[in-house]
Design a protein around this ligand. Structure first.
Ligand SMILES: C[S@@+](CC[C@H](N)C(=O)[O-])C[C@H]1O[C@@H](n2cnc3c(N)ncnc32)[C@H](O)[C@@H]1O
Length: 299
């Protein structure tokens, strides 16, 4: 398990009864979390300072209930990176803070590579990983089906002072885009993807992780350069074990010299437990020195 424990502007205060209580800068939110099958240790809904709670409706979906006047959106920082936080539909805030674990690993790999690195970020959402890779000195091709998410990635890049960094924004279905890149002969030194369990491309293309993930990785292997730096898959799909991601990478990247690692990703909580948030698998070239947190996986 790797936990995102370098945050100052974010923390999980407590969890229980299907909810997590989180501090995003000065704003406290209460959101559902399917992993939380234990009872609350302290009353979460009446927590002093709580600004808003996301309520699930019995007919599916849900909405935010506000208890305090609060801004529509605000900014939080992770190290030198800055992100706009905005409560949206589907209980989203526009950031997955546990991904800081992977931002740190990718940043270190890009810096250790000592060569120009071209990154392909698929299902790239509001660009947490895009900002981290740009800050580390890579160029990034950011692909997502949702125009408003790609626009928010642009905003996060500007907030982080990276407006002049080399980024290409693509609003497209990930599979179609990779197929086009194969035909065009475009190649990438590093790939990362954070696919949802279910999703839709801009023209309604269906994405279902169990049936599509292997073949997408197989396609992606065709747009890698001869010495790829890394290939990272993250998944928050419940039940998808880290070893599954490691196996998919090992089977598809066997022609490349490197090592594959897999780990659970989680968030530490202020009351002393760890909230599991999914799994990651990463292939790393043998030509780069390993970040400290991956060295621990070798033991
Ligand atoms: C929840 S996000 C992933 C989180 C993100 N990588 C991060 O850490 O910030 C999933 C994204 O996949 C996108 N998506 C879903 N199906 C897609 C498809 N077929 N092609 C491209 N993007 C898709 C959605 O628009 C959404 O932004």
């Amino acid at each position: 398990m790797k936990t995102a424990n370098n945050w100052k502007d974010y923390s999980v205060i407590s969890t229980g009864d299907g909810y997590k209580l989180e501090r995003w800068g000065g704003i406290i939110l209460l959101r559902p979390d399917p992993q939380v099958i234990w009872p609350e240790q302290t009353p979460l809904s009446s927590y002093e300072g709580l600004s808003a709670k996301y309520l699930r409706s019995s007919t599916g979906g849900g909405g935010w209930e506000y208890y305090k006047k609060m801004p529509d959106e605000w900014t939080i920082s992770y190290k030198e990176l800055k992100f706009c936080i905005k409560p949206m539909g589907f209980k989203h805030t526009g950031l997955f803070p546990e991904q800081a674990v992977n931002w740190d690993i990718m940043s270190e790999l890009i810096q250790n590579a000592n060569r120009p690195i071209k990154v392909l970020n698929l299902f790239a959402y509001t660009g947490g990983a895009t900002v981290a890779c740009l800050k580390a000195g890579a160029s990034v091709c950011h692909v997502d089906a949702a125009k408003n998410m790609v626009e928010r990635a642009g905003e996060n890049i500007r907030l982080s002072g990276l407006q002049d960094a080399p980024v290409r924004y693509i609003i497209d279905d990930c599979k179609k885009f990779v197929q086009r890149e194969i035909r065009r002969g475009n190649r990438y030194d590093a790939i990362l993807m954070d696919p949802p369990s279910y999703g839709r491309g801009p023209n309604g293309e269906m994405w279902k992780i169990e049936s599509e993930l292997y073949s997408l990785v197989e396609l992606c292997a065709q747009v890698l350069t001869d010495n790829p730096l890394f290939f990272l898959i993250n998944s928050y799909t419940t039940g998808l074990q880290p070893q599954v991601l490691k196996n998919i990478l090992t089977l598809n990247l066997k022609n490349y010299a490197g090592k594959t690692f897999a780990y659970e990703v989680g968030l530490p909580t202020e009351d002393g437990i760890v909230l599991p948030c999914g799994a990651s698998g990463i292939f790393v070239s043998e030509s780069v020195s390993l970040p400290k947190s991956l060295k621990e996986n070798e033991l």
